[in-house]
Design a protein around this ligand. Sequence first.
Ligand code: NAP
Length: 315
Amino acid sequence: MGPGKIARKFARDLREVPHAELYAVASRNYGRAEAFGKEYNATKAFGSYEALAGDSDVDAVYIATPHALHKEYSLLCLSRGKAVLCEKPLAMDTTQVKEMTAASKAHHVLLMEAMWTAFLPHFQAAMQKVKAGVLGEIISIEADFGFRSPYNPTARLFNKQLGGGSLLDIGIYPLFLSLSILGRPVDMEARATFFENGADSSCHITLLYNNGAKARLFSTLLKETPTVAVIRGSEGTMKIHPRFHESSSFTIEKEGKTKQFNFTSRGEGFVHEIVHFCNLLREGGTESPVMTFDTSLQLTGLLDEVREKIGLHYE
Ligand SMILES: NC(=O)c1ccc[n+]([C@@H]2O[C@H](COP(=O)([O-])OP(=O)(O)OC[C@H]3O[C@@H](n4cnc5c(N)ncnc54)[C@H](OP(=O)(O)O)[C@@H]3O)[C@@H](O)[C@H]2O)c1
């Protein structure tokens, strides 16, 4: 559902997943669904999302609509017994996420946030090293994500009615990294700049932790930034190379030596999350042990807190 930019990458990677098939595509417009379906070899095309949700041969739905519509379409699919892999952010706020996870539980149907980074080999290896104490006690994290996109208030990236702005779109990645390493902060500071329609153009966040650790995070739609993550510990420093959320390498600097670790991801990187999701579906799972409901809830909770601090409100 939502045959836009990311759905194209997803459809390409789906071809590399054994036993998975792009069976149907749904758009608000039949012609767009048909064209997408032809390009990626789908059996069926639908001119409405409701029609796809009602097709008895659909096992699972990938939701790639703008953020503001994630909840509505996830609930639609879950209520029809379709497993849901929904793009990040899972929803606009924690109230919505709770509604979605409750629906998954009530219908006993799989729901997962498509936070693809969590499944990428470099990220899993980096988290293993951090958790194993290779860097010692974590002292600080610095991570940025920025690119320049010309302001267009009607485009998804900027449109406030669709959840536009840097924080929800890309600021979520540095927050996900910090959450994965240090968990929930005890306090935070945040400031932002805004486009004229009120969507945030950049966002600076500092997360503060009990042990004195700090995470300094930044997202922006105004300029290219290195999109690097640096994790400093008492015993060593890890640098996840650009772009850190989809990287193929990181280095660890320790005791005066630097060692590089290299990784290969499958396809354009989405294969990993799709394989995980398909395995869960086949096993009858309703919640991912990797991208858990609690993780999605905590991640959305952080987004909510930052929004409160910077005064970013969506209707
Ligand atoms: N995991 C990743 O790396 C990644 C990367 C980019 C984006 N994303 C996420 O994926 C989602 C979609 O992003 P995208 O860049 O693919 O967006 P996009 O290119 O604008 O595509 C979104 C699609 O949603 C459909 N849609 C349904 N209702 C809509 C509405 N009211 N207004 C506009 N479009 C509507 C549109 O298809 P029809 O009009 O044909 O129905 C459109 O093609 C976002 O939540 C984003 O955070 C994830």
